[in-house]
Design a protein around this ligand. Structure first.
Ligand code: TTP
Ligand code: MG
Ligand code: MG
Length: 389
């Protein structure tokens, strides 16, 4: 239910003059859609992802219902582990076409409420609302929830704040079906007690460095001398400090540009067989390039990702000086990049991602290439589309 913080228009903080920003994120998106399709699953643990094969399955959990989360299951977890945690859960395969169709309808609803609108991912968008009255913005958030529930029978959680950073963090505070409102003069009170890693961009590594500097909470970070952070992290130190102060000047941009297109696969068994690895790179390069062509883009950067048997995950990237649509380049660069990792340890998963994308002039980057991704030895392929934030 809505957390109604007292609203006030006093003490506007720098960087907070953008009106009111909402971040809407659907609850348990893929699994909630499956429950709408199979109403008999309501209230049960539902896991969407790879086939668990009675506990021997490989690949990962895409997402799961909140009932399944009570067993400790979460996105990205190996499906075999999810099976061990709750063998009685209903395990369903990913039906991306359905989720994309539902997402498209939801985005249309969200855009209809927005002064400016920015889709961030398949189930998430920023909305800037054109009102100076916080009560109006709260009413808008409640109307959005009602309309999505009435039309799609799905719930979402909404964070509302003076900028994107605060709205994003607020959206995650109460899930599912939450509404968290942070007024401009409540930003410190809201952010201060949170762990520093709640700030987007502060991951495990940065978190560890901050910890070694005695910084654990956002308040610690805010109260730290920005110069100290700059000495340690360069320009990112300034930005980090701003964010800890709740200052985020990035705008809600009407931008549907695809930022990168990727494909990855998990081997049926961990492997160090160079033949299988290089054949799989060919198949992935074909599949990724085909998705790029269909979406009408050219690429400049190729990245590969490798996950070893112990789950240690590495990435390598190379950029070329011109936008290209050449599938042979994708293959050659990928093979070159992956060669560093073959013969090191057994590999569990590999992936290719194309980024630094440009629209092809004619809206298409050329021929469609065959995808051999369903060949033996490969259990599962997933697609990753990112949108510019
Ligand atoms: P999220 O919004 O991160 O998660 P969610 O909607 O399932 O659950 P929450 O209520 O916590 O928001 O991701 C949206 C969808 O993206 C999710 O339903 C499935 C997909 N996804 C993956 O396939 N793999 C992943 O690792 C993650 C994080 C999400
Ligand atoms: Mg979600
Ligand atoms: Mg999301």
């Amino acid at each position: 239910m809505a957390k109604r913080c007292a609203i006030s228009r006093r003490n506007k903080t720098p960087g907070m003059d953008q009106g009111t920003i909402l971040l809407v994120d659907m609850d348990g998106f893929f699994s909630s859609i499956e429950v709408v399709r199979h109403p008999e699953l309501a209230g049960l643990p539902v896991v969407v992802g790879a086939d668990p094969k009675g506990g021997a399955g490989r690949g990962v959990v895409s997402t799961c219902s909140y009932e399944a989360r009570e067993y400790g299951i979460h996105s990205g977890m190996p499906i075999s582990r999810a099976y061990r945690l709750c063998p009685d859960a209903r395990f369903l395969p990913v039906d991306m076409a359905l989720y994309q169709a539902v997402s498209g309808r939801i985005m249309k609803i969200l855009a209809s409420y927005a002064d400016t609108f920015q889709r961030v991912s398949i189930d998430e968008a920023f909305i800037r609302v054109k009102t100076d009255d916080p009560e109006d913005a709260i009413e808008t958030a409640q109307d959005i929830k009602k309309e999505i529930l009435a039309k799609e029978r799905l719930t979402c959680s909404i964070g509302m704040g003076p900028n994107k950073l605060v709205a994003k963090i607020a959206s995650d505070v109460r899930k599912p079906d939450g509404l968290t409102v942070v007024a401009p003069d409540e930003v410190y009170e809201f952010l201060d007690p949170m762990p520093a890693k709640k700030i987007p961009g502060i991951g495990k590594k940065t978190g560890q460095v901050l910890k070694s500097m005695g910084i654990e909470t956002i308040r610690d970070l805010r109260e730290c001398d920005a110069r100290k952070l700059v000495l340690r992290f360069g320009k990112w130190g300034y930005r980090m400090h701003d964010l800890a102060c709740g200052i985020d000047r990035s705008e809600v941009k009407e931008d549907h540009t695809v930022k990168s297109i990727g494909r990855e696969l998990t081997f049926e068994e961990d492997t160090s067989d160079p033949g299988l690895i290089y054949d799989s790179i060919d198949a992935l390069a074909d599949a990724t390039h085909r998705a790029l062509s269909n979406a009408g883009y050219l690429f400049r950067t190729v990245s590969v990702k490798v996950r070893f048997e112990d789950f240690d995950t590495r990435t390598r990237s190379r950029s070329i000086g011109f936008p290209s649509s050449d599938p042979e380049l994708v293959k050659n660069i990928s093979k070159n990049l992956i060669s560093e990792f073959t013969g090191v340890a057994k590999i569990r998963l590999i992936g290719i991602r194309l980024s630094n994308l440009r629209m092809a002039d004619n809206g298409s980057s050329g021929a469609t290439h065959r995808c051999h991704a369903s060949r033996a030895g490969i259990t599962r392929q997933t697609s990753i589309y990112e949108f510019i934030l």
